[in-house]
Ligand binder design. Structure first.
Ligand code: ADP
Ligand code: MG
Length: 693
């Protein structure tokens, strides 16, 4: 149960003055439904009213606060004209302008011959100075009621800054004193004050500096939020380890034979990753491991050897790919090796129907099939395994946390290995996959030639086509990618279609087209033709993005490269340079390029290191957008900014682990306070695990 001390913060925002159902709906949209959500929403900007010039010195367009004397009122001569109030100081005159004025109110607020403090934006009109609807009009005796600095909060249509600010201020005024959950020595070392003091100060900014992510008070709040995140993940990780898995320890015979079949030696990173996996599999608890490796780093062979380890131990494995094409490609590369080892491998996708499908399912259920490849179809309801020991998910970013959960809900607790080709910055990995163990393949297999990357404006398309023609004549193969256009589902098709037709007329009939709207059969057919070398140029939408292997392709042309994200461009480029011929990537852009797009293309020219690119991507775009945050289950932080607070994140991870080791049930005094922290940040899910345990 949530501690009662948080009750006021976890009350509905409708409890606040000025927040009726309509406003509540809007605030819920930008912050959340609880008073706590408002309190934990930091200001994004600042209105500075501290500039106090005389009328003569004031610069038109600027925000000013001035002391003036009210000289006269000029009601509108005719309807629809504004009401004017003339004021002055010793240096000149200013006209205050009011539309749809309430005369009574103005007479009371601006009595003749009296001094008033006014604040608002100064304008110049017909050579004179004026201010339309001042933000504040106060009696100089009541100066304190005029805020010299006003924080700005996130808004949405229909929600005014003043209403939002008033609501936030009320939430801050009602903050309870909470028990200290941070370690005292750590607090002292950082020079941080209490949670409440820091939060109050963050909501009372008095300079741009105080809004910075490096502001001391803000840093403490960021650390609180990160610690809540890391502690919750640590609790989930621990809970997961309680689930009994199967201890699988093969005798190594199949693996040894398979290694002999491979035309190469494993790299050091591949070996290390396998060591991690085998160690996990041998334990009686469930493995949940993430294998991160750039495109072409050789994750498939790691998957194969892991599945063979399961087979040696008499268990079945599943390798799940995000697309039909990829599943089939895995069958192509793994099938022959398995055949040679006498291992029965099969494939199940949405395409298998009727008797064929039934046979596949039977052989799976009676244990004949030891390795199953496929798409999501492998986890449909009527698919039953004989003894499923290992599940491998390829290309994680297409599978969310929810699919991970779905497995468990099926009553299956197989070891789980998730492979992703999208290098994730270390910081992001900590927050998003903190519940998983991680292995990394950083080095590429030896002998890979670098891909030469060039950028060209689209205006030079003709030259590019000529170049492609020469490459085709030399027997090379080319990918040509056309971008997605967001506004419509139809457009990307036409873009690719148009390009396909124009290239066909320029280059002849060895040009093919593949796009997401094709049936799986059609796609396979086209890929097969490209693979066989019957097609020289493959025009594609981004369906080729993930994992498809065509070792002969040497040129990647990306049209409208400025519309792609860095990670996506890197993925696409990874499709070429897989064979022994030198490869190149042409990024065609439509100018003029914005700052970010320019930076993106420049980094791509300079580096092929997926991890470095991922870090840069994070820096350029901010955490929210990297890899399409929504689909990949990255948490959204309100106070922490992981591009700015990376070090705090690492510290919070260690801190969380230490807490779990020392006081796993969170029953000490600090433990109790930490429970409050978890509830404060809405991590009730993690606290529940404590009670269940
Ligand atoms: P990805 O990590 O993108 O899935 P793959 O597993 O498809 O990469 O491997 C890419 C290519 O590299 C494949 O052709 C594979 O046979 C080859 N490869 C994998 N490991 C090695 C290695 N240690 N040495 C040489 N080539 C390798
Ligand atoms: Mg792969």
């Amino acid at each position: 149960m949530r501690p009662t001390i948080l009750n006021s913060l976890y009350s509905d925002i409708t409890r606040l003055k000025g927040v009726g159902p309509k406003v509540a709906a809007l605030i819920t949209k930008v912050a959340g439904p609880y008073i706590a959500n408002l309190a934990l929403t930091p200001p994004t900007g600042l209105i500075d009213r501290s500039h106090r010039p005389t009328i003569a010195d004031a610069i038109p367009g600027s925000l000013v606060t001035m002391t003036v004397t009210v000289d006269s009122h000029e009601p509108p001569p005719v309807k629809r004209r504004p009401y004017k109030v003339i004021c002055s100081d010793e240096t000149g005159f200013i006209t205050l302008v009011f539309f749809h004025a309430h005369t009574d109110y103005l007479k009371r607020a601006l009595p003749i011959d009296q001094k008033r403090l006014i604040s608002g934006r100064l304008e110049e009109f017909n050579g004179g100075r004026q201010m339309t609807h001042p933000d504040h009009i106060v009696n100089p005796e009541g100066q304190d009621t005029l805020p010299l600095f006003e924080p700005i909060y996130p808004l949405t249509a229909g929600l005014s800054g003043a209403v939002m600010r008033k609501a936030v201020m009320q939430s801050v005024a009602s903050l309870p004193d909470l028990p200290e959950w941070q370690e005292p020595n750590w607090l002292k070392k950082q020079g941080w004050s209490s949670w409440k003091k820091c939060l109050q100060s963050v909501h009372a900014p008095d300079s741009e500096m105080s809004l910075s992510t490096q502001n001391k008070d803000r840093m403490r709040l960021a650390y609180d939020e990160l610690l809540a995140n890391q502690l919750a993940l640590a609790l989930i990780r621990r809970d997961r380890k309680k689930i009994k898995g199967e201890a699988m320890k093969g005798d190594g015979t199949l693996r040894a034979k398979a290694l002999k079949q491979l035309p190469f030696q494993l790299t050091r990173d591949q070996k290390n990753a396998l060591k991690d996996v085998f160690a996990d599999m041998a334990l009686p608890e469930r493995m949940v491991r993430l294998l991160q490796g750039d495109v072409g780093s050789g994750k498939t062979v790691v998957a194969l050897l892991s599945m063979l380890n399961a087979a040696e131990a008499g268990a079945q494995s599943v390798l799940m790919a995000p697309t039909e094409i990829l599943a089939r490609q895995h069958l192509e590369s793994l099938g022959p090796i398995c055949d040679a080892l006498g291992i029965k491998i099969d494939i199940l996708t949405g395409r298998n129907k009727g008797i064929a499908r039934r046979t596949i399912l039977e052989q799976l259920e009676n244990g004949e099939t030891q390795i199953l490849l496929g798409t999501h179809a492998v986890f449909q309801e009527d698919v039953n395994f004989n003894r499923l020991g290992l599940v491998i998910v390829d290309e994680q970013h297409r599978f969310g946390v929810h699919q991970r959960m779905a497995l468990t809900q099926k009553g299956l607790h197989p070891d789980l290995l998730v492979m992703t080709a999208t290098p994730i910055p270390r910081t992001l990995a900590l927050t998003a996959y903190g519940d998983m163990d991680v292995s990394i393949i950083a080095e590429k297999p030896p002998g890979r030639k670098p891909v030469t990357t060039r950028t060209l404006p689209l205006e030079r398309l003709d030259e590019v086509v000529m170049g492609i023609k020469r490459a085709v004549q030399k027997g090379e193969q080319i990918y040509w990618v056309c971008p997605l256009v967001e506004e419509s589902d139809v457009l990307p098709l036409t873009a690719a279609q148009d390009r396909f037709e124009s290239l066909r007329s320029a280059l002849g009939e060895h040009v093919g087209l593949i796009h997401g709207k094709m049936s799986p059969q059609e796609k396979d057919q086209i890929m097969e033709q490209f693979h066989q070398g019957n097609l020289s140029v493959l025009v594609a939408t981004t369906v080729i993005e993930v994992g498809v292997n065509a070792p002969n392709a040497t040129v990647m042309v990306i049209e409208h490269a400025e519309r792609f994200g860095l990670a996506q461009l890197h993925q696409l480029r990874g499709r070429v340079g897989r064979g022994d011929k030198p490869a190149s990537c042409l990024l065609l852009y439509k100018g003029p390029l914005g700052e970010t797009a320019t930076a993106r293309l420049k980094i791509l020219r300079e580096s092929e290191d997926g991890f470095r690119l991922a870090e840069e991507d994070l820096r350029l775009r901010g955490a929210g957008d990297v890899l399409g945050a929504a689909q990949s289950g990255f948490p959204r932080f309100q106070l922490a900014d992981i591009t700015a607070h990376g070090e705090l994140l690492a510290a919070s991870r260690d801190d969380a682990q230490l807490i779990i080791d020392k006081d796993g049930a969170l029953t000490s005094k600090r433990g109790e306070a930490l429970r409050t922290l978890l509830y404060l940040f809405g991590r009730d899910d993690a606290v529940k695990l404590l009670r269940a345990g």
